[in-house]
Design a protein around this ligand. Structure first.
Ligand code: SF4
Length: 167
């Protein structure tokens, strides 16, 4: 059965949410409430639109220019089960996955939640940590603040510690 995802919005073609031309999916609901967040409308866990995995995959398939899909938000880890199914179906059509999260890689590892670890395992890159106003920078690629890292997920899971990607 196709899982449902509570979606705040999509950007069908983005070049600022990871490498290449990407389809960016903004999920609805975030528990972090980072001061200065650019997407406060994504914080409530109600609202947004319920969309099926099937429907999103079909939309991505329509555009051959898309190299990957980015999960942003909102907090993707709060919808880990449905996003894992989506990630698997997207990878089956050769799209790579980038996921933003307000949690750090270390927090996710320590928490060891089965759904969140499954989602993590499907990602090529995890862009981790909350947005921190005092560390805001326009110079850090794909990120809002300097504390956030672009993590090579496969290398990090193998090493058991965060390995930053140089992209
Ligand atoms: S984790 Fe992201 S969406 Fe959530 S409050 Fe922080 S910056 Fe905003």
């Amino acid at each position: 059965m196709s899982e449902l995802i509570r979606v705040s919005g999509v950007i069908p073609e983005s070049i600022v949410d990871g490498p290449g031309i990407r389809y960016s999916l903004f999920v609805q609901g975030c528990p972090h409430h980072c001061p200065g967040c650019h997407n406060p409308q994504t914080h409530p866990f109600e609202g947004g639109t319920l969309r099926s995995v099937e429907e999103i995959v079909a939309e991505v398939k329509e555009n051959p220019l898309i190299s990957g899909v980015t999960f942003s938000g909102g907090e993707p880890m709060c919808q880990a089960k449905a996003l894992t199914q989506l990630a698997r179906e997207l990878k089956a059509i050769r799209k790579n996955i980038v996921c933003y999260t307000g949690y750090t890689f270390e927090q996710l590892l320590a928490e060891n939640d089965a759904d969140r670890m499954s989602l993590l395992a499907e990602c090529r890159y995890l862009i981790d940590g909350p947005f921190v106003m005092a560390e805001k920078s326009l110079m850090v690629k794909f990120r809002g603040s300097k504390n956030q890292r672009i993590i090579d997920v496969k290398a990090s899971l193998e090493a058991g510690q965060a390995v930053e990607a140089n992209i």
